[in-house]
Ligand binder design. Sequence first.
Ligand SMILES: Cc1cc2nc3c(=O)[nH]c(=O)nc-3n(C[C@H](O)[C@H](O)[C@H](O)COP(=O)(O)O)c2cc1C
Length: 202
Amino acid sequence: MMDERMEVTSKPRFDIQRKKPKILLAACGCVAAVKLELLCHCLLQWAEVRAVVTQSASHFIHRLEISKDVTIFYDEHEWCSWNRTGNTMLQFELPNWADVMVIAPLSANTLAKIAGGICDNLVTCMVRTWDCSKPIFVAPSMNTSMWKNPLTEEHCNCIKELGITVIPPSSGNSASGVYEIGAMAEPSFISYTVLKSIREEN
Ligand SMILES: Cc1cc2nc3c(=O)[nH]c(=O)nc-3n(C[C@H](O)[C@H](O)[C@H](O)COP(=O)(O)O)c2cc1C
């Protein structure tokens, strides 16, 4: 009998030559969230983008710097848009709209929540309502000690088993010669990785 997963992935999901893929971009409360504008710029070259930011991420983001082509959603939107039974909810609407989810930067906190199945804000609820036949990419971002903590490896392994692609963080020697690892991959590399994966699948 054919494996259900194989059957799903063997069909092209969308025709990238004819239609831009729809990307749901989520940002967490990491310093690297300041690069959201650059990441949106890279993704907009080949995709439609909607963004969701966590409450912590909103401290790092300047709305006016982000392209007007990107609608940004916060936790408050979820509650403001709902007023009676039967209303659609953003945690379903946005994942239904999207072809791909990209969480960049991914904080240690949200990584742990995803691994544990917790859904207490718009970003983590979207992960729980996501149709698992569609891809999710995450780009963790944290300092070296957080990245090297064994919990990080455990949580990354757990989400990889769920089919989530982890885009490795950057590493190298700092100006003072200390080896550091954990900073978010460059926005252009994240964009390239997602596009390459979509092309290979189609
Ligand atoms: C200035 C500042 C910078 C932070 N940078 C990071 C970071 O790079 N990576 C990380 O995992 N957490 C970082 N944190 C901690 C997160 O913001 C915190 O764990 C928060 O609860 C994450 O919430 P979220 O996962 O809902 O976005 C930082 C906190 C502060 C105050």
